[in-house]
Design a protein around this ligand. Structure first.
Ligand SMILES: [Zn+2]
Length: 67
């Protein structure tokens, strides 16, 4: 699958197109808005919302280390 809308979190596999695991803060703008969300694995994400939908523009590291 190479659909650009089917991206998942590389850390935990949470689909980026789904509802955010947790919305940290939301900043509405004239064209849509910016969402700061936290993934199921604890990584912080910046999402931009516009007329094309929502896309993840930045992703942090998970808060939990592996092993
Ligand atoms: Zn994740």
């Amino acid at each position: 699958m190479s659909s650009p809308t089917g991206v998942v979190c590389p850390h935990c596999g949470w689909p980026d197109g789904a509802e955010p695991f947790q919305v940290v803060s939301a900043h509405p703008t004239a064209t849509g808005g910016t969402l700061w969300t936290r993934c199921a694995c604890g990584s912080l994400q910046a999402r931009v919302v516009d007329e094309h939908g929502t896309r993840v523009v930045s992703r942090g590291r998970p808060s939990r280390a592996g092993c």
